[in-house]
Write a protein that binds this ligand. Structure first.
Ligand code: ME8
Length: 638
């Protein structure tokens, strides 16, 4: 029977659109799943959404939606994004689903009965966005949240606690007995140091909000979002239910891998195994915590506008370009930087120059010199042996790196073969061989060698380049049975018949123009060449834009990002709630003549009805409300 491989991403918060960071983890797991499937494993890939908690409730309210409307919308958007990235997930779990809730509730009651969860009181500094309590000693130098840096509030509340301390020794023993439980090694060391400093019992319930899973025996409490979230890895497999076939098959199977970013290492390396131990569930998983995609100036930050959303990048550059860059640019154990220059260079050098050209040159020569078909002839050159041994060593190096979750290095191995093959063309000079009729067999043998090398490259790239690998096989004429990992021995293909008109796979990009376009995408500037589809004049005509005089402007009573603006539009005064409070002060707006979209459907934003929208422009540095000088309130703008 095939060995099993169960791989998971974190379940993501629907607090906003998913960005390139979440995309990285998801693509990484996808490549791992495809690699394992190629190696003959029976695979199961789980991803999903972490939909409860105060923060989600707040974001939904800011959008004027109920929490469930909000999470439904984002779950839909997220699945659509994964579909565009061709992510081969097998299940998409949402923590608001019944199948999940019931497992969380049951586990909580089991732990209460066992005495591993008890009722107590929590006194501490509470950070709302992180939904965590901190002791005074845990706060940062400014006395704020050590995780997000925001102000905390002193709170005291009744809370259930999980006896985490009790598992301190078992956790340390477990980590020692399973040296590859946490990778990379540096992350493991961080975890060990954290546990050795001593664990406190963990507060595992909240009474300050509703949007969560209720504790069955005491419904004034909802289960702390992390206990809720971590359980997804088994609830999705049907743990504890009658339909637990996948739990037996995959959780208790051969390989279980949780892939997470370094930000949530502790939750997965300490809380999750301790919970499993308390529940008498075997800790079968291994944990890999990868580094982060950073921007040139540091962390990605939505508020600074320094964040990359994959949609526009995908649309302009393509699936394989994005997948390749993401997996290539984060080194094992470290962080990667997403710069427009690096992205365009990777496409131009690695994909277009090195890989695309190798394929194209080989196909062109097979057509030109042999009418499209070549076979081995036995007429060797002095360079063949080295190429053949590189093919073998690259395959081995690739396997070692893929198995060790070093995807960037595995790709570097493939590119070692691509470089070696390009060099082989320079060394054997096929265009010179072609001039000598007696060298015809040698030339054919050289081209056959190149085709075998390309076949290997295609197979090894299958988990990563989802369009280019099949295109390579189609153009080179590689039948299905020679596209498999098992077929990778030199000489397995008896001959090749290639397409008559090769299509270049990765056209070279104009560096300057594309760096600029990518910068615009990152800054969120919607250049018409970058983003939107054309609309008809009739569509535009539906909008009613008028000049309005700001007669009053106040901060929103319940939201620090919003302003409540009263605007005189000639025949009446209307109220607009605008998300500009961080950049614009109410005082400076009062008395200005602005442009208002006056026929927008009214909506409630955190309790205040907004009847329209102010026009404003923004870039990464600034936001400016559009104002006019000589026009009068009520004048139409077209
Ligand atoms: O933490 N570079 O969800 P989340 C690389 N719901 N990866 C990044 C990244 C970056 N700059 N930013 C985010 C949560 N990630 C919880 C998880 S699991 C039981 C609950 C990725 O939406 C990385 O995988 O904040 C990180 O761990 C995850 O997104 C955090 O996603």
């Amino acid at each position: 029977m095939a060995k099993t491989f169960y791989v998971t991403t974190p379940i993501y918060y629907p607090s906003g659109k998913l960005h390139i960071g979440n995309t990285y983890t998801t693509v990484l797991c996808d490549a791992l799943k495809r690699y394992k499937a190629m190696r003959g494993y029976d695979t199961f890939y789980l991803t999903g959404m972490d939909e409860h908690g105060k923060k989600i409730e707040t974001v939904a309210a800011e959008r004027g939606l109920t929490a469930s409307e909000h999470v439904d919308g984002l779950a839909e958007e997220t699945r659509a994004l994964w579909d565009r990235l061709n992510i081969g997930y097998d299940d998409f779990i949402r923590t608001t689903e019944k199948r999940h809730k019931s497992v969380v509730q049951k586990n909580f009651e089991t732990l209460l009965e066992k005495g591993d969860i008890y009722l107590g009181t929590y006194r501490g500094n509470y950070c709302m966005p992180c939904e965590s309590f901190y002791t005074d000693a845990q706060l940062n130098e400014e006395g704020a949240c050590p995780d997000c840096g925001r102000k905390t509030t002193a709170l005291e509340e009744e809370s259930y606690f999980f006896k985490l301390q009790k598992y301190e020794k078992r956790l340390l023993d477990f980590i020692e007995a399973n040296p590859d439980f946490i990778t990379p090694e540096t992350r493991k060391n961080e975890v060990v140091a954290f546990i050795e400093r001593g664990l406190n019992d963990l507060s595992v319930s909240r009474t300050t909000f509703d949007w969560g899973i209720k504790v069955v025996s005491n419904p004034k409490h909802v289960v702390y979002v992390w206990i809720d979230a971590l359980t997804n890895y088994i609830s999705a497999l049907g743990y504890g239910t009658e339909a637990d076939g996948n739990y037996d098959k995959y959780w208790l199977g051969d390989e279980v891998l949780h892939v997470v970013g370094k930000d949530i290492l502790r939750f997965h390396a300490v809380y999750w195994p301790a919970l499993l131990m308390a529940l008498d569930i075997p800790v079968t998983f291994k944990l890999h915590a990868h580094g982060f995609y950073m921007m040139k100036d540091g962390k990605m930050s939505k508020s600074k506008g320094a964040v990359i959303y994959p949609d526009a990048v995908l649309k302009r550059y393509g699936l394989d370009e994005v997948r390749y860059f993401l997996l290539r640019e984060i080194p094992y154990g470290g962080d990667g930087v997403f710069t427009p220059e690096a992205f365009i260079e990777r496409i131009n050098y690695d994909l277009a120059n090195d890989f695309g050209n190798l394929l194209n040159r080989t196909l062109t020569m097979i057509n030109k010199y042999f009418g499209g078909s070549v076979k081995p002839t036995g007429a060797s050159t002095s360079h063949d042996e080295d190429l053949v041994s590189t093919i073998a060593s690259v395959k081995d190096g690739y396997v070692l790196n893929m198995d060790a979750l070093k995807l960037s290095q595995a790709l570097a191995e493939i590119w070692r073969l691509i470089s070696r093959s390009n060099k082989y063309i320079d060394e054997t000079t096929p265009w010179m061989l072609a001039k000598d009729e007696e060298k015809k067999d040698t030339l054919e043998n050289v081209l056959y060698h190149l085709a075998e090398s390309l076949r290997t490259i295609g197979v090894l790239l299958r988990p990563v380049l989802l369009e280019a690998a099949p295109s390579l096989f189609a153009q080179l004429g590689v039948p299905q049975h020679l596209q498999t990992f098992e077929s990778l021995t030199f000489g397995a293909a008896k001959n090749y018949t290639v397409v008559k008109e090769p299509v270049p796979m990765f056209p070279r990009l104009d560096v300057d123009a594309e760096v600029e376009a990518l910068r615009a995408i990152i800054a969120g500037v919607e250049k018409e060449t970058v983003e939107r589809e054309a609309v008809s004049i009739d569509d535009f005509d539906k909008l009613e834009l008028r000049v309005g005089l700001v007669v009053d402007c106040e901060p929103h009573p319940n939201a620090d990002k919003l302003l409540v603006v009263d605007v005189d539009i000639g025949h009446r005064t209307m109220r607009v709630v605008a998300g500009i409070a961080k950049q614009v002060s109410p005082k400076t707006l009062k008395g200005k003549k602005v442009v208002v979209l006056t026929n927008l459907e009214a909506t409630k934003l955190r309790g205040v009805t907004s009847e329209g929208m102010l026009l404003a422009g923004s870039n990464e540095d600034t936001l400016e409300v559009v104002t006019v000088k000589d026009l009068r309130p009520g004048d139409i703008v077209k």
